[in-house]
Every structure is written in structure tokens, then in C-alpha cells.
Design a protein around this ligand. Structure first.
Ligand SMILES: NC(=O)c1ccc[n+]([C@@H]2O[C@H](COP(=O)([O-])OP(=O)(O)OC[C@H]3O[C@@H](n4cnc5c(N)ncnc54)[C@H](O)[C@@H]3O)[C@@H](O)[C@H]2O)c1
Length: 403
């Protein structure tokens, strides 16, 4: 089948690589000329286990190509996948500028039936906006072409994205058109061979499902972080508490590891966007507002411990920090708790010696906010055991040493 993916970031590249590996002809379109040039030169701009090899194999076999030519992209695919960023606005709402720009591009170049799939994480009602934007653009050029808009939120986890895409827990498809549902079933069939994992629902429920999943996981993290702080105060061992509650199948072990707060490109912005959506719908989201407040405070807990350990005398100290990404097996530093930690260290006059393994992130991080960073090529190994946090999503990646 012919697929075009708009946006060659984490979601777009993983989706493109996996769909092409299943035998589809995939074109990845991005507006970032530098990124496309590097992809065409064989570089992969993110660290994601298995991705580089998958891209190389499918490029070499002619099933996966990268371009900035949006018109060629629209003409190529029966499935047009929107996988561009939806960053937060100042007020916490999702910025739909890139999503709607792709919708206009599709309306401008579409000449035959297409299935437009929204994979970006978007608020309830966005698919209707995509539909209206494509329709209005077609109308403006006097064209009449049939198309469907489907919500197909992505649930992959950075660090395990290929496995998540190849063997998904579920594939959520929001559509009210059985013909479109059948087309998506055929597209995803290679990934659901063992048993059917596609859950078809209406558009709005599919859009809300994605936010609900991330908000639930963020809530579990903030709950455990609050309990960890309490355990420390009352002399209990949070690890034992974790084992004690996780053994209850109604609670389970996943996502109940305490740490230094959640980060990354999804949880912080998606919790904010859901709070905002609720407010728009006339409902205050008291629980999610508290989840955010707990998380913001948790990102500062490790600094407080370091500061207390050294009696507040951190000025002039060199602090080694490694595991800068928001969780293991990725080089993604978006909203990483390590950033807050380093800002706090700089604010009291300490210097930071940071270890990061990705060439790409090293380049962008070194210019971040005009700060001077000192990168070690290998993790620092001297001196005492590092202070670290534990869970996978919950800032587990970070460790700290001082010298
Ligand atoms: N990263 C994750 O783990 C993850 C998981 C599930 C869902 N999501 C959601 O998927 C979406 C994409 O996330 P990401 O992390 O891949 O983003 P990203 O920032 O890594 O990549 C987005 C890409 O879109 C490109 N782009 C912007 N406008 C474009 C346009 N008009 N045409 C073509 N390309 C354009 C950008 O240049 C960039 O390369 C977001 O809505 C995110 O919330 C992300």
C-alpha cells in the first residue's frame, strides 16, 4: 500500500520505518530541509534502538524515501499520515498550527480519494478541524475530491518504539465510516496477526483516549512520588511499599516507581492540554492540576537533597550529571527533569559536567540557553555511588556525582 507521512520526528520516522518494513511504499515528508538531507545521506537524527537499521534496510530496498516535496507526498499516498508536533501554547492548549498546515497542503494537492490519518496527539474536535480545513482548501481551488479523516493516535514509547509499533497493545482507530475502518485494518494487518488488536470507535473518543492514557500514567507517577516523599518523612521504605501494592493485580507493578518526576515530549504537554480542554468544556480538572503541581515540585527534590548533603555549599563545585534524557534508551531531552536540576545547580554557582551519548543532542544542548556545558565522553566513574532516581519514565535516567 502507498503511505505518506508528514513529519519525520520520533513518531513519523518510527511509523515510516515499520510500515515500509511490512512491505508498504512509504514516503516521509518534512519541512526541515536539513533533517531530510541528513536522512537521505543515511543519518538518523534520533537515538531509538533498532531504528537506524530498519531505516537503512528499507531505504536500500527502495520502500522508504525522504523528501521535502509535499506535493509529491500528497500524490503518492492513499494513506496520508499527519505526525507533526503539537507543542503547548502559553496557556497549555495544544498548538495545532503544524497539523492544520498539513491539512491545507493536502487540500492544495489532492487529486483523488485519500485517507487522512491524524497520528499527532490532538484535542477532541481536531479531526473535525482537519476535515474542515481540507474541505475549505479544496473548495477554494474549485475541486471536488472524496476523502476521509481518521483519528489514529500513537501509543509508542520512546526507547521501545519499534517493538511497540511492531507488536502494539492496541491500535485505536476513530472513524464513523466502515469502509475506512476496513482500509486501516488492511494496513495494520501485519502488526495484528496473532490476535486482533484494533479498537474502532468514533473520532472524538479516539482523540480523548490518547490524552486519557497519558494522563493516567502521569497520575500514577505523581501519586508514587508523593508517597515516596511521605515514606522518607515517616521512616518507611518506598521500595517495600511499591512491592506491597504492586502485587495487587488491580494496581500492578508498572508505572509505580518513584523518581524525580516525569518529563519528555508527551506527558507534560498532554496533561496541560487535557486540563485546558476540560476548562474549555466547562469543567475544572482538579486531579490533573494536582498531578502537574506534584510533578513540578518533584523535579526539584534531587537538588534539595544534594544541597542539604553539602550544607548548602555548592558554589564552585563541579557536579557530574548523566542520563540527561527524560528516560533510558532515548536521547530526547524535551522537558527532562535533568534540565531543572542543572538550572538549579547553575543558580547557586555550581558547574555541571554532563554526559550525553547522542551526537545530535550534544550539539543542540551545547547551545541551550547560552549556558556553558562540559560534556564527558564516558560516564564519570570516580568517587562515591551516585544519587539516582529509579523509574523508567519517572526521571530514572538521571544520576549525579560531585567533585
Ligand atoms: N515522541 C513520542 O514519544 C510520541 C508518542 C506518541 C505520540 N506523539 C505525538 O506525535 C506527534 C509528533 O511527535 P514527535 O515527537 O514525533 O515530534 P517531533 O518534534 O520529533 O517531529 C515533528 C516533525 O514534524 C515536522 N513538521 C512540522 N511541520 C511540518 C509540516 N507542515 N509538514 C511536514 N513536516 C512538518 C518537523 O520538522 C519535525 O521534524 C506529537 O503530537 C506528539 O504528541 C509523540
Amino acid at each position: 500500500m502507498r503511505v505518506t507521512i508528514f513529519g519525520s520526528g520520533y513518531v513519523g520516522l518510527v511509523t515510516g520505518a515499520c510500515l515500509s518494513d511490512a512491505g508498504n511504499q512509504v514516503v516521509c515528508v518534512d519541512v526541515d530541509e536539513g533533517k531530510i538531507a541528513r536522512l537521505n545521506a543515511g543519518e538518523v537524527p534520533i537515538h531509538e534502538p533498532g531504528l537506524e537499521e530498519l531505516i537503512r534496510r528499507n531505504r536500500d530496498q527502495g520502500r522508504l524515501t525522504f523528501t521535502t516535496d509535499a506535493q509529491a507526498g500528497v500524490e503518492h499516498g492513499l494513506f496520508l499520515v499527519i505526525a507533526v508536533g503539537t507543542p503547548p501554547e502559553e496557556d497549555g492548549s495544544a498548538d495545532l498550527r503544524h497539523v492544520l498546515a498539513v491539512a491545507r497542503t493536502i487540500g492544495t494537492h489532492m487529486g483523488e480519494y485519500k485517507v487522512v490519518m491524524t497520528k499527532s496527539t490532538v484535542p477532541v474536535g481536531t479531526s473535525d478541524k482537519v476535515k474542515a480545513t481540507v474541505g475549505a482548501t479544496l473548495l477554494a481551488r474549485g475541486a471536488s475530491v472524496d476523502f476521509d479523516v481518521v483519528s489514529n493516535p500513537e501509543f509508542l514509547k520512546e526507547g521501545a518504539a519499534i517493538a511497540d509499533f511492531m507488536k502494539p497493545d492496541r491500535i485505536v482507530v476513530g472513524t464513523d465510516n466502515p469502509r475506512t475502518a476496513a482500509l486501516l485494518k488492511a494496513l495494520y494487518d501485519p502488526f495484528t496477526r496473532n490476535h486482533q488488536r484494533m479498537i474502532v470507535m468514533d473520532l472524538r473518543s479516539a482523540e480523548l483516549t490518547k490524552y486519557a492514557a497519558n494522563a493516567m500514567l502521569a497520575t500514577k507517577i505523581s501519586f508514587m512520588n508523593e508517597l515516596e516523599n511521605l515514606a522518607e518523612r515517616v521512616g518507611a521504605d518506598i521500595e517495600k511499599v511499591r512491592t506491597g501494592i504492586g502485587s495487587d493485580p488491580r494496581i500492578g507493578y508498572s508505572f509505580i516507581d518513584p523518581g524525580i518526576g516525569y518529563g519528555g515530549s508527551c506527558f507534560p504537554k498532554d496533561v496541560k492540554a487535557l486540563v485546558h480542554s476540560a476548562r474549555d468544556a466547562g469543567q475544572e480538572s482538579l486531579l490533573l492540576a494536582a498531578v502537574e503541581t506534584v510533578n513540578d515540585a518533584q523535579k526539584r527534590v534531587l537538588f534539595g537533597k544534594i544541597s542539604r548533603h553539602y550544607g548548602g555549599r555548592l558554589a564552585g563545585k563541579a557536579i557530574a550529571v548523566w542520563g540527561l534524557a527524560f528516560k533510558p534508551n532515548t536521547d530526547d531531552m524535551r522537558e527532562a527533569p535533568s534540565r531543572v536540576l542543572m538550572e538549579d545547580l547553575w543558580a547557586v554557582g555550581a558547574t555541571v559536567r554532563a554526559y550525553i551519548r547522542s551526537r545530535w543532542t550534544r550539539r543542540s544542548a551545547s547551545t541551550a540557553r547560552g549556558r556553558t556545558w562540559c560534556f564527558a565522553r564516558t560516564p564519570v566513574t570516580r568517587s562515591r555511588a551516585p544519587m539516582r532516581s529509579r523509574s523508567a519514565q519517572n526521571g530514572r535516567n538521571s544520576g549525579v556525582r560531585t567533585s
